[in-house]
Design a protein around this ligand. Structure first.
Ligand code: MG
Length: 274
């Protein structure tokens, strides 16, 4: 928050943009160093500017920071997670899609679906938010197309994913299965960030984005060569090891649990389970 000293380099200003509801009205805001929110007029994906209106963070209801036109997700993008899944490392990024209707906000309950309530699992993921239309972008230029980063949870119904269905679409797309937030951090180097998940306060995943098979830049490039990335597109960049299905005994989410996804430099995305 605020001014962060990065080694002996110059100070870098963290910029956390959020979306919130107050008095029935949705707005974008900028999280300030003192914990207050400065309202933003306009659209984060277009023209915007801060207004003079300030609110305490605790007085607003956080919304998902973006409503993406597509949620692209990457499977098996951390070596240790591929190993715990008993899967070979992918030769190229393994792309799947999550329905945009699965997006949920910080604090919003993850609902165990009636169709498949028994094997719902968490996946801590760095979520990349695309700023402007990207088509056949090279990895060296990918940064120009990235608005920022949020914590993401690629919630997954493992019974559907692994046994009942031959595609992952349903397993990954139940309503509330894609929490994103709590905000978008725009000033961040994604190359070596601690990434964790906790269930009821217990650390379940404890990894580093340095262990990605394909880097953020490579993923943006690859995805953009295969489909146009529209402004607001979210890329979920894969999860480190420690997911519930691979634990002995397996750990699946139950009503009353609280899941947190923490990423260094961003913050913590927290969702109860009902
Ligand atoms: Mg995933």
């Amino acid at each position: 928050m605020g001014i962060i000293r990065k080694g002996h380099k110059e100070e870098a200003q963290r910029m956390k943009y959020l979306r919130y509801e107050k008095d029935g009205r949705a707005s974008y805001g900028l999280l300030q160093g003192d914990g207050s929110v400065r309202e933003i007029a306009g659209d984060l994906l277009g023209e915007f500017e801060p207004t003079g209106r300030e609110l305490p963070l605790g007085s607003v209801k956080l919304l998902a920071p973006v409503f993406p036109p597509n949620v692209i997700a990457i499977g098996l993008n951390y070596r240790d997670h591929a190993a715990e899944s008993r899967a070979a490392l992918p030769q190229r990024p393994l792309i799947f899609l999550k329905a945009t209707s699965s997006v949920a906000a910080h604090g919003e309950p993850i609902r165990l679906p009636a169709e498949a309530p028994g094997e719902v699992d968490y996946e801590a993921e760095l979520a990349v938010v695309i700023k402007k239309t990207a088509r056949a972008v090279e990895a060296a230029d990918a940064g120009e197309y990235i608005l920022g980063y949020a914590c993401g949870n690629d919630v997954s119904a493992r019974d559907c994913q692994m046994r009942l269905d031959s595609q992952w679409a349903r397993a990954k797309s139940f309503d509330t299965f894609c929490p994103i937030g709590p905000w978008i951090e725009t000033e961040l180097d994604p190359g070596r960030l601690a990434i964790r998940s906790k269930v009821n306060g217990k650390i379940m995943q404890d990894g580093s984005t340095a262990d990605m098979v394909f880097s953020v830049s490579e993923l943006v490039s690859y995805c953009s060569k295969n489909m146009t990335l529209l402004p607001g597109t979210v890329i979920m960049t894969g999860t480190p090891n420690g997911v519930g299905f691979a634990r002995k005994p397996p750990v699946f989410l139950r009503a009353g649990d609280v899941v947190e996804i923490e990423i260094e430099g961003i913050g913590a995305l927290r969702n109860p389970v009902i």
